[in-house]
Design a protein around this ligand. Structure first.
Ligand SMILES: [Zn+2]
Length: 315
């Protein structure tokens, strides 16, 4: 991590408000709080925000003991998250769950006290602790998997609670179930279910109604496994009605999530059929048409080409 950023972050922790490096260089995205259920909120980019804005959607869940956050946006937005929490409750933030390693979902972990319990899949912890921070496509040229934010003294912010398949936090109205079903967007994507509220945060396994960004290069994501992982999640998680997607500006539904798997796996099927017929990637992409039952989903040409290429390459 760059020294200037370290200092900005330390100042933020110390006095609660300052101008971060990010804020100084970027127009600040305004955020909107959506009521999702009793004691559960989604903090999203305002509808007017174009592009990344503050990063992924944050869930704010008020429990008996304190506040649990799911995903922490991009660097410099810790004070925005805390302001949203303070408008809801005086309780402290006690737990952070990160759905995956990316810089736009873990960016402000280091802006909260290091006493907060951080919970992630074991592969996400390995990504955050990695020495190979890679490709410079994340925050201000930092790593997309954000491991450069957890080096040196900041290693104390690395998650201390991990799981492999499933873990349950809290009980009764506070129960949160965390599931892992395999590789997809990365190799450590967690589905977070707020049991009493019948709500699930999907992270970027369902970012929006469009084809996923697949982080094959940096975080061991997989185009071939992505669809299988969605199917396992749809089959293995029950009792969910409302979905907090990774980036969509408003909540979606369980049926939208199920349809997302259908939309994606239709592309897998068409790719496999094209391969069997001896088609090239260009031909497979060129002959693709969106099934009418998924007409509210978007297969952008660049994402479609990347997805088909990964599938053909067996990645
Ligand atoms: Zn991501």
């Amino acid at each position: 991590m760059k020294r200037s950023l370290c200092l900005a972050v330390l100042t933020l922790i110390g006095v609660g408000a300052t101008v971060s490096t990010y804020e100084a260089r970027q127009p600040r995205a305004s955020l909107t709080v959506h009521d999702v259920a009793d004691n559960l909120y989604m903090l999203a980019n305002a509808a007017s925000v174009q592009g990344m804005g503050g990063g992924g959607n944050t869930a704010i869940f008020v429990t008996g003991d304190g506040v649990t956050l799911v995903d922490t946006k991009v660097k410099g937005y810790g004070e925005d998250i805390l302001a949203a929490v303070r408008a809801i409750t005086d309780k402290p933030v006690t737990t952070i769950i990160n759905t995956h390693t990316h810089w736009d979902h873990t960016g402000t972990n280091v802006e909260f006290p290091d006493t907060v319990n951080v919970v992630v899949h074991e592969n996400t912890r390995a990504n955050l602790a990695s020495d190979d921070c890679g490709d410079g496509t994340g925050f201000e040229g930092g790593s997309i998997k954000n491991c450069d934010s957890f080096k040196g003294a900041n290693a104390r912010f690395l998650p201390e609670t991990t799981f492999s398949d499933k873990i349950t936090l809290g009980s009764g109205p506070d129960q949160i179930d965390l599931y892992y079903f395999g590789r997809g967007h990365t190799d450590g994507d967690t589905f977070v279910v707020f049991r009493a509220a019948r709500v699930m945060h999907t992270g970027d396994m369902f970012a929006r109604k469009g084809l996923p960004y697949l982080d094959v290069a940096s975080s061991n994501g997989s185009a071939t496994e992505f669809g299988r992982t969605l199917e396992k999640a749809a089959a293995g998680i029950g009792g969910v009605e409302t979905v907090i997607p990774g980036h969509n500006p408003v909540p979606l539904t369980w049926q939208d999530f199920v349809d997302y798997g259908g939309f994606y796996n239709d592309i897998v099927s068409k790719t496999r059929a094209g391969e069997a017929a001896g088609q090239t990637v260009d031909q497979i992409v060129g002959s693709y048409s969106l099934p009418s039952e998924y007409n509210d989903f978007v297969a952008a040409p660049d994402r479609l080409r990347a997805t088909v290429q990964y599938l053909v390459d067996g990645q």
